[in-house]
Design a protein around this ligand. Structure first.
Ligand code: BES
Ligand code: MN
Ligand code: ZN
Length: 489
């Protein structure tokens, strides 16, 4: 779906609009224009609710609309305050839906810092997401949905940035929520290309013959059991003047459905949500879309190897040896460890760009989900501490937090094979999220980071503004990081 539009306006209209959210500090006063609009009983009641520390007070001005008064809580850091305000935005959105509000004005009280009304708008808009393209019957009663949010006093640049990022998140969520029946590798590539035409990045789709010519043996092996061909999409955003720069390359796992292949997955809590195994690829597309919409002056390339993983007649098998794009041979031990094979080919392909940094994003391992749950993203990699610190700081700012694991040599021992150059997975080994990263590293020759988003990318139960289903994880993180971090400095 399209995200509600976000605007800014210098002041609140003198005739008050029908729905206003005002964010105040615990002891802070309402803006004068709002305080003077309340009747004495309304003001008295509001004061009592605030004294009782009610975080969200709904003042009904009968016949004249609503004023929602939200109190920003006190937290140990500004990042945590912003996150609490995003969550207040989620609570507010539930009321807006009940109150049939189409357009909302957001304003901050006098002592509230300028970023907080934006965080409130962010939480509201992220919570307004819904996905219903396959519903053929109208909802009864027909809901009135939020279409516009105006943040009073916000800088134009901040609004444009927020709107671009939210469009990117919505795109990623849509792509993740689209089922396999509507998203073969070819359809997925077309969806990425179509999104690029709208947002402003270019897409080149390599088809099966090109992939064969390039000898992408990892992608071809995973695809063997499928009746549908694989694709390899190259997304590029290079605004004028950056075309010759060394790019940052983002590589996204695009497994459009993961049955496990011959090493078949069980259905409950496993195969049943594997339409989301392209969430890394979707996050790459959402990130490029947001950067393009915002007009960030930076060259970014996205590489998306895509296929389903199925146990068809020609499927690759445990015990096979395959030859990768870069010529290394790999012993297959479990066909459900398919993600690292398609990513490895993309990582070696990335060398031709002479990138300043490569980040891969993938729903790679159940071990990552077990280690950090839905609250965090696993980070492993060999880029500089400076780069890692910048990414982690961005993670705190947007509350998509990273947990770094070390790539000790002992983990890489698991990759030794008697038969081939490498084994892609050691059956029974612990810390599978780390050894998987060790396998990927063998295909890199540049500063590199790996993000395993298996935990947070798809949720079975709603979690505040992240909703349920596809969350759009890593788009807010990567856009925040890429906006501020200059790899040249
Ligand atoms: N797509 C899965 C990982 C996954 C698990 C994503 C849970 C999202 C939620 C991946 O391809 C996979 O099957 N990994 C296996 C690897 C194992 C067989 C080496 C895993 O982690 O169990
Ligand atoms: Mn798998
Ligand atoms: Zn997978």
């Amino acid at each position: 779906m399209r995200a509600p539009k976000i605007h800014s306006s210098p002041t609140l209209p003198s005739v008050l609009p029908p729905a206003i959210a005002v964010l105040v500090a615990a002891e802070g006063a309402l803006p004068a224009s709002l305080a003077s609009a309340l009747t004495a009983p309304e003001a008295e009641w509001l004061a009592a609710e605030r004294a009782a520390k009610t975080p969200l007070v709904r003042v009904v001005r009968y016949g004249q609309g609503m004023i929602y008064v939200l109190t920003a809580p006190v937290k140990p850091t500004p990042d945590l305050v912003r996150e609490a305000v995003r969550k207040l935005g989620h609570q507010l959105q539930a009321l807006l839906l009940a109150d049939r509000v189409e357009a909302l004005h957001v304003i901050g009280g006098e002592t509230v810092s300028a970023d907080l009304p934006l965080a409130l708008a962010e939480g509201v808009v992220l919570s307004a997401y819904y996905f219903a393209p396959y519903k053929t019957k109208p909802e009864d009663p027909k809901p009135v949905r939020l279409t516009e949010v105006t943040v009073v006093g916000a800088a134009e640049a901040d609004i444009n940035w927020l709107a671009a990022v939210l469009d990117g998140v919505f795109l990623t969520r849509d792509l993740v929520n689209t089922p396999f029946s509507h998203q073969s590798a070819v359809q997925f590539a077309d969806q990425l290309s179509e999104a690029g035409q709208k947002a402003g990045y270019s897409t080149e789709i390599l088809d099966q013959p090109r992939i064969q010519t390039l000898k992408m043996g990892g992608l071809l092996a995973v695809n063997q059991g499928s009746p549908d061909p694989p694709t390899f999409s190259i997304l590029e955003y290079a605004p004028a003047g950056t075309e010759q720069d060394a790019p940052i390359v983002l590589v996204g796992k695009g497994v459009v459905f993961d049955t496990g292949g011959l090493s078949l997955k069980p259905t409950p809590n496993s195969m049943d949500f594997m339409k989301s195994d392209m969430a890394g690829a979707a996050a790459v597309a959402g990130t490029l879309a947001a950067l393009a919409l915002a007009g960030v002056k930076r060259r970014v390339v996205g590489l998306i190897p895509a296929t389903d993983n199925r146990p068809g007649e020609a499927a690759f098998a445990p015990g096979d040896v395959i030859t990768m794009h870069d010529g290394q041979t790999v012993e297959i031990t479990n066909t459900d460890a398919e993600g690292r094979l398609i990513l490895a080919d993309a990582l070696s392909f990335a060398k031709r760009y002479q990138p300043s940094l490569v980040i891969d994003i993938a729903t790679l391992t159940g071990a990552a989900a077990a280690a950090v749950g839905k609250e965090g993203i696993v980070l492993v990699g060999n880029a500089s501490e400076e780069v890692k610190d910048a990414l982690k700081a961005a993670g705190h700012r947007v509350h998509e937090r990273l947990v770094e694991f070390p790539l000790w040599d002992e983990y890489k021992e698991q990759l030794k094979s008697d038969l081939a150059d490498l084994k892609h997975y050691q059956p029974g080994a612990q810390a599978g999220h780390v050894s998987a990263a060790g396998f990927l590293e063998a295909f890199t020759s540049y500063p590199w980071l790996h993000l395993d988003i298996a935990g947070p990318s798809f949720l079975f139960a709603p979690d505040s503004y992240r909703g349920k289903g596809g969350t759009g994880t890593a788009v807010r993180l990567l856009t925040e990081f890429l906006k501020s971090f200059s790899s040249k400095s």
